[in-house]
Design a protein around this ligand. Structure first.
Ligand SMILES: O=C[C@H](O)COP(=O)(O)O
Length: 253
């Protein structure tokens, strides 16, 4: 049996005071029998998460990592530093990084490699824009994005988490339907199976306007192993409702 993995991506939100309140509510409400939980916070707050969450069963991590190992790279945060703050996860290739910071497939792949080398689990985001979808290019785009990472990480491929996040669904209130999401997840699952004999270890999360109302249906899909939640992770009640909606399932592959 495997529990769904529900990851909150706080994006550029939070303050020490607001975080403390949210973390206390999450710790009080988290039921480890329902799901696995993790929070990806802005880097300045990782030590606060470490202090608050150690021993709680809730994991934490960052939203980006440098492609460099260390040294004279002003403003960058290395994978080793994230580990040093107790992080388990790091998001790489979020569409907001690809869109606003020009991150290429190759750069994302290098970041995933750096994360794995430092003992972090990269959450590799892939997803098509609305014009991609309308042009029938969804499968081509997500496979190209994942392929770069698979190629770079080689035999460590089964250690990554993949997050399918259709760009048009992020922060819009317009989630992909369960059928649309499942169809893309099945494509990604097949790609992982072709790359590694241990693809059953890979989790594929859905992200894009997942909330308390639509989570149960999305998380019931056979290839949706959890969620990457933006807006709804900023309130304890909505984030915990998503965790509570997560079915515990038999391994599908
Ligand atoms: O990383 C999270 C995603 O970008 C989803 O954000 P959202 O739940 O606010 O749509």
């Amino acid at each position: 049996m495997r529990k769904k993995l529900i990851v909150g991506n706080w994006k550029m939100n939070g303050s020490q005071a607001a975080n403390a309140e949210l973390l206390a509510a999450l710790k009080a409400g988290f039921n480890p029998a329902q799901s696995e939980l993790a929070l990806c916070a802005p880097a300045p707050y990782l030590l606060q998460l470490q202090a608050a969450l150690q021993g709680s069963g809730i994991d934490w991590g960052a939203q980006d990592v440098s492609a460099h190992e260390g040294g004279a790279y002003t403003g960058e945060v290395s994978a080793a530093m994230l580990r040093d703050c107790g992080s388990r996860y790091v998001i790489v290739g979020h569409s907001e990084r690809r869109q606003y910071h020009g991150e290429s497939d190759d750069l994302v792949a290098l970041k995933a490699q750096r994360a794995l080398a430092a003992g972090l689990t990269p959450i590799v985001c892939v997803g098509e824009t609305l014009p991609d979808r309308e042009a029938g290019r969804t499968e081509f785009v997500v496979k190209r994005q994942l392929s770069a990472v698979i190629h770079a990480v080689g035999h460590c491929c089964s250690e990554i988490v993949v997050a399918y996040e259709p760009v048009w669904a992020i922060g819009t209130g317009l989630s992909a339907s369960a059928e649309q999401a499942q169809a893309v997840h099945a494509v990604l699952r097949a790609q992982l199976r072709a790359a590694t004999a241990q693809a059953e270890r890979n989790r594929i999360l859905y992200g894009g306007s997942m909330n308390a109302a639509n989570a149960a249906e999305l998380l019931r899909q056979p290839d949706i192993d959890g969620g990457l939640i933006g807006g709804a992770s900023l309130k304890a009640a909505s984030f915990l409702s998503i965790a509570a909606a997560s079915p515990v399932v038999a391994l599908s592959n």
